[in-house]
Design a protein around this ligand. Structure first.
Ligand code: ZN
Length: 87
């Protein structure tokens, strides 16, 4: 039997870029923040993403996290199998 925890994580991770860019709907921001308060995995990804993006943004331009780095984060959290099976 499979619980829905990873589905929540999947949604959270999908929206993290927009969240960090401040482009996410305020209602969704609240949901993300709530999830991250209860999910250490997502919180760690959020922290890592934010630091990475801030480092790359030193010139003030918006960047997206490279796909490669993203996949490594997913793999580090062992979410990759779930993501793959959902697609
Ligand atoms: Zn999570």
């Amino acid at each position: 039997m499979k619980h829905s925890h990873n589905a929540h994580c999947h949604n959270t991770l999908e929206q993290l870029n927009a969240y960090i860019d401040g482009e996410l709907d305020p209602a969704l921001c609240s949901l993300l923040e709530e999830h991250m308060e209860n999910c250490e995995d997502c919180y760690i990804v959020y922290n890592t993403l934010q630091k990475t993006i801030e480092l790359c943004r030193s010139d003030g331009e918006k960047i997206s996290l490279p796909q490669d780095a993203r996949q490594r984060l997913y793999a580090a959290l062992k979410l990759e199998d779930d993501l793959t099976s959902e697609e």
